[in-house]
Every structure is written in structure tokens, then in C-alpha cells.
Ligand binder design. Structure first.
Ligand SMILES: O=C(O)CCC(=O)C(=O)O
Ligand SMILES: [Fe+2]
Length: 210
């Protein structure tokens, strides 16, 4: 038995197909959400996060002017506590392959911490060195977020701001990696998330490129 019915998956996938993105509130079952959030806080406490890069071409200074987050790459083998999260992602891959005729074959995910004052400038998740990213997924873990705290996910369409998505706890944003330009506006609180990509080739590249 999966976490959701086929009808629920279908409604989200329909919206993803029609709009190129979908926002789903209360995405993870409560216990899985709690496990993920505790896992995040534990690794933050242990100082396991590293400064994120922007690919082979970027030097550190340029990277800092584009994105200011710190990340922790996950692996299914090591991070066994998160098995239920990985299982849900695998279920999602199955549904997308079945209903959207995609050939997704893997995923890569990291935890992301944006300290206060950081952002990620407008970008696409799929580009030259990373063209195997098909679908981007973010699950937010910010329980104390309030209007004015920043750190919104800004979705662009036709070069204009289309929607500002608040990074609320257990909200999931999912979008096409190849065509949805987006940005993380400057955050004024410590902003926590799980971020990742569904791939049509095996993972590995993203983790090398940052
Ligand atoms: O955290 C978000 O809302 C978006 C993060 C992002 O765009 C990325 O890591 O590529
Ligand atoms: Fe992105």
C-alpha cells in the first residue's frame, strides 16, 4: 500500500503536466515529516553541511553571489533513517513513469540550509552539465515561518514573476527542471528544506558538480 491513492497522485501529476509545477501542502505523512525534520536538525547540529557550488565553471566568489545555501547530500545506503522518504519518492517516480510516460530512473536529494541573509538567484535546474534532471522537488521544513520572513520560492513565467511560494512546513513544490525558472528570495530566517531531482539517468553527476 502506497501513501496516496492513484486519484491523489493523478490530480498532482495532472497539475504538474498542465502548469509545469504543483504545490502540495501536508505532503509527507506526519510521522515521516517528523523523522525528516529531526534528521535535518541532527545533521545541522553535527555541522555536516557544506557550502553549495554552482557547477564546474563557478569559482567560490561567483557561487556566493548566486547562491548562499549549505547542503548535505543524502544516500539511501547511509541515511537509512530516511527510508520512508526514499520509498515515497520511488512511488512518485513509478507514477510519473506510468502516467506521464517519463523514463525516470533515479533521484538525487540533499538537505539545504539557507542561513538568514542568503538566497539563490533566478535559475533553471537543468543546464549543460546537468541535463538529466527532469523534475525538481522541494519539501520545506520551516515551522516558524511568517509573512515577511522571505525565503520564498519565486516561480517565473514568460519572464515575469508568476507565483511566490511560501516555504511552509511540509509543503512540497514540484516543477519541471528544464523550463521553470525560479529563485529563492533572500531569507530573513534560517530556512530548511529537502531538495532534489528525479533523473532520467543514474545519479552521481549533480553530487560532483555541487
Ligand atoms: O529551496 C527552494 O525553494 C529552491 C531551491 C533551488 O532552486 C535549488 O536548489 O536548485
Ligand atoms: Fe533550483
Amino acid at each position: 500500500m502506497g501513501a496516496y491513492t492513484d486519484d491523489e497522485w493523478l490530480a498532482w501529476i495532472d497539475q504538474l503536466s498542465a502548469e509545469d509545477y504543483v504545490v502540495i501542502d501536508e505532503f509527507l505523512p506526519k510521522d515521516i515529516y517528523q523523522t525528516l525534520r529531526s534528521f535535518f536538525l541532527e545533521h545541522l547540529k553535527q555541522d555536516d553541511f557544506s557550502k553549495a557550488g554552482i557547477g564546474a565553471a563557478g569559482n567560490r566568489q561567483i557561487a556566493a553571489s548566486i547562491r548562499g545555501d549549505y547542503i548535505y547530500w543524502l544516500t539511501k545506503e547511509r541515511d537509512v533513517t530516511l527510508l520512508p522518504v526514499f520509498q515515497l519518492l520511488e512511488e512518485l517516480i513509478q507514477k510519473l513513469n506510468r502516467y506521464c510516460f517519463l523514463s525516470l530512473s533515479g533521484y538525487e536529494f540533499h538537505l539545504a540550509h539557507y542561513p538568514s541573509g542568503t538566497f539563490y538567484r533566478r535559475h533553471l535546474d537543468q543546464f549543460r552539465e546537468r541535463n538529466n534532471r527532469m523534475i525538481s522537488i522541494i519539501i520545506y521544513l520551516n515551522e516558524l515561518w511568517n509573512e515577511g520572513d522571505g525565503g520564498e520560492l519565486i516561480v517565473y513565467r514568460d519572464n515575469e514573476v508568476h507565483e511566490k511560494i511560501q516555504p511552509l512546513a511540509n509543503r512540497c513544490a514540484m516543477f519541471r527542471s528544464d523550463c521553470v525558472e525560479h529563485e529563492v528570495s533572500e531569507t530573513r530566517i534560517s530556512r530548511y528544506s529537502l531538495t532534489g531531482w528525479l533523473l532520467y539517468q543514474p545519479p552521481g553527476l549533480g553530487q560532483i558538480l555541487g
